[in-house]
Ligand binder design. Structure first.
Ligand code: GAP
Length: 563
């Protein structure tokens, strides 16, 4: 219910539109409208400011093992196809899907749910892809049809109490597909690679095939050496990137939650293997605090540490920051951000060749000819700790690092502890999911008095001022007596500093409510008293409190409250 209202508000007020709507839309793609684009930009700017721009590399942040540096990157969406072969995406980035032989529809295997039912001596599994609140009604209607029963005979259907997902059903011949009318029409699950293919260049042959990136992270890994060589960063340091990613999701759903084109805000944090666990914990806790600081303070936000069984084989820790989105069944949470300890998996893969997921310690995966299946770049992506080397070289009694390595020839890591492949901690967030969570959290309905003091129902987006699309609206009470002139001057003074909206049309109560729906935290009103004492009222969207401020102080007062 909340979701329907939010979706309608988003369209009505210009937060989000379906992509190519005038042509019927394209599933899994969304356009941000005039208010939505500001919300999204503010989220990205808050993230960039908090992680890169305002980062103080001279101090040790709370919870961090030591001070560190942060830099940014903006890498291309289409990269050399070998990137995806070495990263593992080419071989492994897939979901399982099932096809329906009857309806020719395709479903994501793990997203089909359903329940067992028995009637007329036959037990079948009725599956569905309906939203959680409609699952029961949908499965009942289809079971009635299948068993040729009328609604008044619904008591003849003997249901198992709980809903299961399709992977929990062993025999697909007993399954009634989500849109099918006969049993056993779903195929066995098959792999489906999620990367979008494209071709680069005019020829368009197989050798020109490239991929739209499914994550921004790989652009960072392949530039690791460039950043080291072109800046003075030293380990520990992080590289941040914001950008579009693309995944050909089998079933995009839940508004923007699972889209085919979306934005990510990712950090690859490079550190010494011995302190990587401390850094993992630092980033995990710090990233959770970021969402809280921007308004996701409720019990709907949680940090979920992955169990050992869920971890990828090379990861020694992964946690998800999750939010209980209103479209999910009660008690379920959706991922906003993953924080993963990735070890040296990515840098080694791009150096040596794709690593074999099944080996431990990880070794390069070999093809039938005994050579690396997907050869790496061959570039040296190790890190040399010059400071530590300079500190120790004399006491080690060697003339050069070359001599040091030669002496340790045959050891697994001859350059250790001065030369090593850094470990990586990766906080990887989705901008669109963050925007959706902030909108869900902000949506509220309450009452506010109109211009006559009569309480009126209102919809309000209680967005944190930092991410609100408009920070202040300037409203002359009436369009006469010199009020618009004063209001316009205030608007002109505010506009260069913060996103400000000017509105002089309609009853003041209606104008307030329009701003409440847009999430504008403050309204500045020029009224009769302004003409006498040059003060205006400031109205707080959430508390509805109003107070008077001198015209000359308005800009500072508002700017202070929203930044
Ligand atoms: N580099 C690691 C990585 O990409 P991920 O868990 O696949 O990890 C990170 O994605 C974040 O990107 C997710 O937590 C989510 O916020 C966002 N994301 C992933 N797939 C998405 C999709 N189809 N639509 C919207 N956001 C998505």
């Amino acid at each position: 219910m909340l979701m329907e209202k939010l979706v309608s508000l988003c369209k009505r007020r210009g937060f989000l539109f379906q992509s190519s709507e005038i042509y019927g839309g394209l599933n899994g793609f969304w356009d941000y409208g005039p208010l939505g684009v500001e919300l999204k930009r503010n989220i990205k700017e808050a993230w960039w400011r908090d992680t890169v721009l305002a980062h103080d590399e001279l101090s040790v942040p709370e919870g961090a093992p030591e001070a560190y540096q942060m830099v940014g990157l903006d890498t291309s969406i289409i990269m050399h196809p070998q990137v995806w072969k070495c990263s593992g995406h080419y071989d492994l980035f897939h979901d399982y899907m099932v096809d329906c032989r009857e309806t020719k529809r395709r479903y994501r295997y793990d997203q089909v749910r359903g329940r067992w039912v028995e009637a007329k001596g036959q037990r079948i599994f009725v599956s569905t892809t309906a939203e959680p609140e409609e699952e029961a009604a949908d499965t009942e209607a289809r079971a009635l049809k299948f068993f040729k029963l009328r609604p008044k005979d619904a008591a003849q259907l003997k249901w198992d109490p709980e809903f299961l997902s399709l992977p929990q059903v062993k025999d697909l011949s007993l399954v009634l597909g989500p849109d099918a009318t006969t049993l056993g029409t779903l195929t066995e699950p098959r792999e489906f690679n999620l990367m979008f293919k494209t071709t680069v260049g005019a020829l368009g042959g197989e050798e020109d095939v490239a991929f739209l990136r499914p994550e921004t992270a790989q652009g960072i890994f392949v530039n690791f050496k460039n950043v080291l060589d072109s800046t003075r960063v030293k380990i520990p340091f992080g590289i941040a990137q914001i950008g579009k990613s693309f995944r050909n999701e089998i079933t995009p759903r839940y508004f923007t939650f699972r889209s085919r084109e979306f934005e990510q805000m990712e950090i690859e944090f490079f550190c010494h293997p011995e302190s990587s666990q401390l850094w993992y914990r630092y980033w995990r806790d710090r990233r959770l605090r970021w969402y809280v600081s921007l308004g996701l303070a409720s019990e709907k936000l949680r940090l979920r540490e992955h169990s050992p069984a869920e971890l990828s084989h090379y990861s020694t820790g992964t946690a998800d920051i999750e939010y209980a989105f209103p479209f999910l069944p009660p008690g379920e949470f959706g991922e906003l951000e993953g924080i993963a300890h990735r070890g040296d998996f990515d840098l080694r893969s791009h150096m040596e060749g794709k690593l074999d997921e099944k080996t431990r310690p990880l070794r390069v995966e070999l093809g039938p000819d005994g050579k690396p299946k997907w050869p790496g770049s061959g570039r040296d992506l190790t890190y040399f700790d010059e400071d530590a080397w300079e500190r120790d070289r004399e006491k080690l009694g060697v003339k050069s690092f070359k001599e040091y390595i030669e002496k340790r020839k045959g050891e697994e890591k001859p350059g250790w502890p001065y030369q090593y492949v850094p470990h990586v901690v990766e906080p990887s967030a989705g901008t669109d999911r963050a925007a959706l969570a902030f909108l869900c959290e902000a949506y509220a309905e309450d009452e506010a008095p109109d211009e006559n003091g009569v309480p009126q129902k209102r919809v309000v987006l209680r967005l944190h001022p930092r991410i609100a699309p408009i920070k202040a609206a300037v409203l002359p009470l009436v369009r006469k007596d010199g009020m618009p002139e004063i209001a316009r001057d205030i608007y002109r003074a505010l506009k260069p500093r913060i996103a400000t909206f000017y509105d002089e049309k309609g009853a003041i109560g209606r104008r307030y409510r329009r701003q409440d729906e847009a999430g504008t935290p403050f309204c500045v009103t020029v009224d009769g008293q302004t003409l006498e004492d040059r003060t205006v009222t400031i109205r707080d969207r959430d508390t509805l409190k109003q107070w008077r401020v001198k015209v000359d102080d308005v800009v500072e007062e508002i700017v202070r409250r929203v930044t």
